[in-house]
Write a protein that binds this ligand. Structure first.
Ligand code: F3S
Length: 271
């Protein structure tokens, strides 16, 4: 970081690549002022507006909600709208930006997420409700809600998916993002297809393809734990018949006040 008057300046290194014209990726450096509160996404906007309009990246909400701006910063996947520029300088005072790893590059920091979304759809991420939908509301207990908390805050940014070494080897693997979504539906007491869901995960490209590498936990900008969700799904895959019976029994009482004593261990995937 150097100073320009009273405001320090920093170097942003961006991996550039336009498959239509470039044979291979190359690095380009830009200098921006590191004003207090500026995020990496702010810096990219500044570069695009004032220095090089061809720099290409995705963004939308700017509030760490939409997941569009996930990129690799100094070797780590994160949301760049949520990353203060001054907090991510390397020892040379630079910030190095690459697209999310292991995905085809469309242009610069924009990657092709087709396989990511295909795997997401494969787990049927929507709720499959029971036939007897209550007239007023589903009555879900605090314990049941707590069991889902690990998964419900996922924003589908792709940071976990593209940090996973198994994904680097094969796009056949469902991936931590889709398995976290499967976990959300399997554990939801309102869902009526846990057995079918678990059967689909009991395959070579399902829960057993995870090598427990933990990169997905480090990469998640929301602090979620896909590895724990995958571990729970592995346990439930084994006892899916009993789990389905417990789910049917639970669904008979979905419109009644909650009493979940005895169900919590199964919900958490415990023994
Ligand atoms: Fe990949 Fe996470 Fe498993 S990084 S191998 S999904 S623990």
């Amino acid at each position: 970081m150097t100073t320009n008057g009273s405001v320090p300046t920093v170097t942003i290194r961006i991996q550039r690549f336009n498959p239509d014209v470039d044979k291979k990726p190359y690095w380009q450096e830009f200098t921006v002022k590191a004003t207090q509160g500026k995020t990496i996404l702010d810096a990219l906007h500044e570069i695009k507006e004032e220095q090089d309009g061809s720099v290409t990246f995705r963004r939308s909400c700017r509030h760490a909600i939409c997941g569009s701006c996930a990129a690799n910063v100094n070797g780590r996947n994160m949301l760049i709208c949520d990353a203060p520029l001054r907090d991510h300088l390397d020892r040379k005072g630079r910030v190095t930006l690459r697209p999310l790893p292991y995905l085809p590059v469309i242009k610069d920091l924009v990657v092709d997420r087709t396989t990511f979304w295909e795997q997401y759809l494969r787990v049927r991420p929507w709720l499959i409700p029971p036939d007897n939908i209550p007239e007023k509301e589903f009555r879900v207990s605090p314990e049941e809600v707590a069991a889902l908390r690990n998964a419900e805050r996922c924003i589908m940014c792709g940071a976990c998916y593209s940090s996973c070494q198994v994904i680097a080897l094969t796009k056949e693997y469902i991936g931590p993002h889709a398995l976290l979504k499967a976990f959300l539906r399997v554990l939801d007491p309102r869902d009526s297809a846990p057995r079918e869901r678990l059967e689909d995960l009991d395959r070579g490209d399902g829960v057993y393809r995870c090598h427990t590498i933990f990169n997905c936990i480090d990469a998640c900008p929301k602090g979620l734990n896909p590895t724990a969700a995958i571990e729970t799904l592995r346990k439930l895959v084994i006892k899916r018949v009993a789990f389905e019976e417990a789910r049917r029994e639970r669904q008979r009482r979905l419109d009644q006040p909650i009493e979940v004593v005895g169900e919590a261990p199964l919900l958490s995937g415990g023994e």
